[in-house]
Ligand binder design. Structure first.
Ligand code: BV8
Ligand code: ZN
Length: 243
């Protein structure tokens, strides 16, 4: 495929590479993308309404149960060839919107998490970091699980993710914006490019003169930003790019 060769050449020549990922890169590991993660009891919800501080306040056991189910699912799957190819890319900064730990488990130790992580719960009142509950088997899809209480203030423990309406961690956003403005190539993989301000990152790279390469089986609003659009899945396409 000429486009894959063109993309591989751009990556080969690049001094500074940013890899920007969304839920699609974890799909072939068996982690449902954000919208597909609403099955069972949560099926009747819209992700945008469940991943909010309001939903947690109104229904802590429904929301905590959803995140515990997702965290358990992530801990039972493995990084796929897409994650491994990203970890093998030299001079690459990995910036992800995902809350799973598959990039780290593939070898991308310094991954920047714009939307937090399933593995860093904290107190919803005093912010104190909390220990991960020991998973007692996969919570049934849709079981309500009451969140643990903070050892310090007895507040409810919440997932360490960024919900809709919440600010992204400043340090992560700054690091991402700096890397995007300085890079020669930004490779965007498996994101619909619709959630802001994260979706600004590939656009910032393009404005700063970087070549943007997109890997996604579907068209996305980033099609017009990308110099090269590779219509395929992460696990299929990425190993050819890193070769
Ligand atoms: C904020 C963590 C303000 C939780 C997530 C303009 C500017 C700023 C904000 C806004 C704005 N306009 C609107 C907003 C508000 C909102 C927003 O962007 N709304 C959207 C819906 C329009 N943004 C926010 O609320 C953000 N906060 O702005 O705060 C503020 C400022 C100061 C002080 C106070 C407040 C916070 C947004 C973060 C929300 N949290 N995740 C959790 O995971 O539970 S976002 C969540 O949804 C995911 O992280 C992901 O990034 C996003 C989308 O989910 P998916 O669609 O599943 O994933 P993705 O988009 O990556 O799509 C999957 C893609 O993969 C598809 O394209 C598919 O084709 C592809 N694919 C599938 N299989 C494969 C594949 N690709 C490759 N290979 C495959 N095999
Ligand atoms: Zn507390």
């Amino acid at each position: 495929m000429a486009d894959v060769r063109e993309a591989a050449k751009l990556l080969e020549k690049a001094q500074r590479v940013v890899v920007f990922t969304g839920a699609g890169i974890s799909a072939e590991s068996g982690v449902p993308t954000f919208r597909d993660a609403l099955t069972g009891l949560w099926e009747r919800f819209d992700a945008q309404s469940l991943a909010t501080p309001q939903a947690f306040q109104d229904d802590p056991d429904l929301v905590w149960g959803w995140y515990e189910w997702r965290r358990h699912r992530v801990s039972t799957v493995h990084p796929n060839p897409g994650h491994l190819a990203v970890a093998a890319m030299k001079n690459a900064v990995v910036i992800t919107q995902n809350v799973d730990d598959l990039h780290e488990r593939a070898g991308s130790a310094d991954t920047v998490h714009l939307h937090g992580s399933l593995f860093m719960p904290r107190c919803s009142q005093c912010g104190e970091a909390a220990a991960l509950p020991s998973t007692t088997g996969e919570p049934d899809e849709g079981r309500r699980v009451w969140p643990p209480s903070c050892v310090r203030c007895a507040g409810l423990i919440r997932p360490g993710v960024v919900w809709f309406g919440e600010a992204l961690p400043e340090a992560a956003l700054e690091a991402a914006a700096r890397a995007a403005s300085d890079c020669d190539v930004l490779l965007t993989v498996g994101t619909s490019g619709m959630v802001y301000p994260a979706a600004e990152i590939p656009r910032l790279a393009a404005r700063s003169g970087a070549a943007v390469i997109q890997v996604n089986p579907q068209p996305t609003p980033l099609d017009s930003v990308a110099l090269v659009n590779l219509r395929g899945s992460a696990a299929q396409v990425l190993p050819d790019l890193a070769a």
